[in-house]
Design a protein around this ligand. Sequence first.
Ligand SMILES: C[S@@+](CC[C@H](N)C(=O)[O-])C[C@H]1O[C@@H](n2cnc3c(N)ncnc32)[C@H](O)[C@@H]1O
Length: 288
Amino acid sequence: MVTCVAATLLAWRRERLAEGGAASSLAWLLDVGAGLERKRYYSLALHPQATVQLSRDLDELTRLWHRHLKQEPLQYLLGRCPWRDFMLTVAPGVLIPRPETELLADVAISLMEDAPASGGLWADLGTGSGCLALALATAFPDCQGVAMDQDPTALAVAARNLESVAGRVRLLAGNWWQPLRPWWGRLTMVVSNPPYIPTSTLAHLDPVVRCHEPRPALDGGPDGLGCFRDLLAGVSALTPGGWLVVEHGQGQAPALETLFATAGLRAIRRHQDLEGNDRFLAGCTPHH
Ligand SMILES: C[S@@+](CC[C@H](N)C(=O)[O-])C[C@H]1O[C@@H](n2cnc3c(N)ncnc32)[C@H](O)[C@@H]1O
């Protein structure tokens, strides 16, 4: 812990913002990177002589800020990312969990709560940091889950994030449904946030994403729907009445709905993000 005076910190803040970047990002850096909660941060101006405790000194925070101004994501610089109630480990090479994906967890959790049978077996395909698997394992302590990814770096990060629920979540490597073979036909809920950005759009992404986040986590092929086709080819792995719930890109809902229906899924329902855009689709396999 290092100690500084509020007035010094406020002057430091003004200097940093004069160099560029967003005030919200600097507040995020101080909160997640130095332990200065936002409530306390915003009250500093009222108490300029107050003493402030920081877990990193201002020189180190300045170095991190300068790297961020060169487009490095703060989450990678700090190795941490708040998501739902969790403080997740993140690392370069693994997708940074997005706030909207919290809604995918909510949709899946609410469908599982409504399901008549308890004690189901869920799976998270393309788990990345393990964020969705952690949300499901925490919400359903009596259920077993499987989280998989093709990328060993992602699996290593997911293993760290899933430590607290390790006895209830199996981590597997491979290509979509293939490593889940022992559980085919028994899965009651499958969530996935697969890569869905059309290849031609990748070049236009914000450099903070384009230059630092892993392309295999983003690239959904020519029309962005390639991974959904792979996922829908394997829905027989679901138990009758089992759910597939996915996140998708803006504008993809109509085409994806058709793919869901063609794969035999029923009760297909769109869900929206906070801006009202269709971003999630759920469908279930027919009951016998
Ligand atoms: C958009 S990221 C989502 C990560 C995490 N679920 C999240 O929501 O933050 C997609 C993930 O799918 C994985 N992936 C891509 N193709 C895959 C495949 N064929 N089989 C398994 N995983 C795959 C990537 O490695 C990446 O971790």
